[in-house]
Design a protein around this ligand. Structure first.
Ligand code: GLN
Length: 549
């Protein structure tokens, strides 16, 4: 029988509920427990795939091809276990399922209502995650903030859940904020109100995690315990961490893992958090500054490129480098038409994207990387830009393009496959999830992975057009990763360049803090060599560059 931990949030959004839930998962996994996770999102979209990254940050892709909330990326990185499509549910999915059942007549004439039909559907999904994940513990994060209209069916479902599976098998953790007011004092009133709100819908939290800008004292914990009816030892202070990867050790020290194990009566081994300690040492000792440009159109919201930025950091730390990410606006590059925003970079990453806006800036960035021999990594759309750029050079025509951006280009170097053409449903035509890729011996890619076949995750509609293979091969491009039937180009690289590689897939979804992705690791090694050759490694980086641990 699985046990269930429900994590809710109060007072305000953006408290780091996802990181806290993921970190809790990691300290439980460190005790040898099988941990599954579930994020319940209260919006009506069926998945975040159709939302702008400005709305909801990056869309994370699972092995089985679900377009999911970015918190699933945190779960995979912190718990080091792949999740599936079952790990993200939205109100849109729940209503979709309930309405489909109603149309099929499954409810046998009943009036279909939020309670019990919607809440039953939610509860069934929670049980499914437990079952499929063969979990000792399921950590369930309820999206949104207590008090939102949208979250109510979820809160009602998790309230009922305790009665359904037995009181000893369920734990409620509520995450709140202790704001600091002008006098410098930390205030508990918003926490009291938030707990009152939760209790008004029948949920008494067992554990409170209080977020504050610095550690809180015993007196404050006692006060919170008194007003919120929680044991003092179950009031956990979570101060702002020096890095998100510091949170597992911090909450472990605050006793969260121990308390959850005790409250749920879990049969757990002593915690082994040595991997997190090693990571902390690695991050703190990473001294060589490395400046990596991340070229995108959503750079105002770094969450839009979350997994890419994390992958750069994982690889940099493993190489003893301190990553400094320079967020380069592709539209500014496009408008400015000059290279200035790219000058001084040790490496360039062009991530994925959709739509024409900013494309010419990305093409300019990869051209800069190719001609100046700066290590360059293209991810999905980034790889397509590499192909477009080289084709334009090879053909002597700026008309070469993807049919996504120019439907009538005379040189469609990136195009839909013939069988994709008739489908016109923006939600459903993409190649999604994990596909095998066969690597060419002797290539950069093969050397980086050190194995002949890899599985990587996809999220795209367009593909390399094979009619241009020969032309581009004649200009130094190597098709070093192909689908097993050789029909689809998965990786391109340049022969005569220290590191110029693009992938049709998204390697960033498989990087782990303790185990950087091989392609990011190879890219960072090349960037370090480049920085050294330019006399930069060891000097401090240019002003205006943000270090984001
Ligand atoms: N827009 C491109 C396509 O659909 C690339 C997608 C991506 O970068 N994820 O093929």
């Amino acid at each position: 029988m699985s046990k269930f931990v429900f994590v809710t949030g109060g007072v305000t959004s953006s408290l780091g509920k996802g990181i806290t839930a993921a970190s809790l998962g990691s300290v439980l996994a460190a005790r040898g427990l099988s941990v599954a996770s579930l994020k319940m999102d209260p919006y009506l979209n069926v998945d975040p795939g159709t939302m702008s990254p400005y709305q909801h940050g990056e869309v994370f892709v699972t092995e089985d091809g679900a377009e999911a909330d970015l918190d699933l990326g945190h779960y995979e990185r912190f718990i080091d276990r792949n999740v599936t499509r079952a790990s993200n549910l939205t109100t849109g999915q729940i209503y979709n399922a309930v309405i489909a059942k109603e149309r099929r007549g499954d409810y046998l004439g009943a009036t279909v209502q939020v309670i019990p039909h919607v809440t039953n559907e939610i509860k069934a999904r929670i049980h499914r995650v437990a079952r499929e994940g063969q979990a000792d513990v399921v950590v369930v994060e309820v999206g949104g903030t207590v008090g939102d209209i949208e979250s109510l069916p979820y809160l009602e479902a998790i309230r009922q859940f305790r009665n359904d599976v037995g009181r000893d098998n369920v734990l409620y953790i509520h995450l709140t904020l202790l704001p600091r007011v002008a006098t410098g004092e930390l205030k508990t009133k918003p926490t009291q109100h938030s707990v009152k709100e939760l209790r008004s819908i029948g949920i008494q939290p067992d554990i409170l995690v209080a977020r504050a800008d610095e550690p809180i004292d015993e007196e404050l914990r006692e006060k919170i315990a008194l007003f919120c009816d929680v044991k003092t030892e179950n009031v956990i202070a979570e101060a702002d961490a020096w890095s998100i990867y510091g949170v597992p050790l911090m909450i472990e020290e605050a006793g969260l893992g121990r308390i959850v194990v005790k409250e749920l009566g879990l049969d757990a081994a002593p915690p082994d958090l040595s991997a997190w300690q090693t990571l902390e040492d690695r991050i703190r000792n990473a001294r060589i500054p490395l400046e990596i440009g991340l070229v995108g159109k959503y750079i105002m919201l770094p969450d839009a490129y979350l997994s890419v930025a994390e992958s750069i950091k994982h690889a940099a730390w493993a190489a003893g480098c301190e990553p400094r990410i320079r967020w380069v606006d592709s539209e500014r590059l496009e408008r400015g038409g000059d290279d200035e925003p790219l000058v001084g970079l040790d490496g360039i990453v062009v991530p994925g994207g959709f739509g024409y806006r900013g494309i010419e800036g990305k093409v300019l960035a990869v051209r800069y990387g190719r001609l100046r021999r700066v290590p360059t990594l293209g991810l999905c759309m980034g790889m397509q830009c590499m192909v477009i750029e080289l084709a334009r050079t090879a053909l002597g025509s700026e008309d070469a393009n993807s049919t996504e951006f120019d439907a009538f280009t005379p040189h469609p170097v990136i195009d839909l496959l013939p069988e994709q053409r008739d489908i016109n449903d923006k939600g459903g035509t993409m190649r999604l999830g994990s596909y095998p890729c066969v690597l060419e011996e002797g290539s950069l890619a093969h050397e980086a992975y050190g194995q002949p076949i890899v599985l990587e995750r996809h999220r795209h509609r367009f593909e390399f057009n094979n009619a241009y293979r020969e032309l581009l091969a004649g200009h130094g491009m190597r098709f070093s990763g192909l689908s097993p039937d050789s029909r689809l180009v998965e990786i391109v690289e340049l022969r005569d360049h220290p590191f110029y590689l693009g992938t049709q897939f998204h390697p960033e979804f498989k990087s782990r803090p303790h185990r950087p992705h091989p392609l990011f690791a190879a890219f960072i090694r090349a960037a370090l060599a480049y920085a050294r050759a330019s006399g930069r490694a060891g000097t401090s980086a240019a002003a205006g560059v943000e270090a984001r641990p």
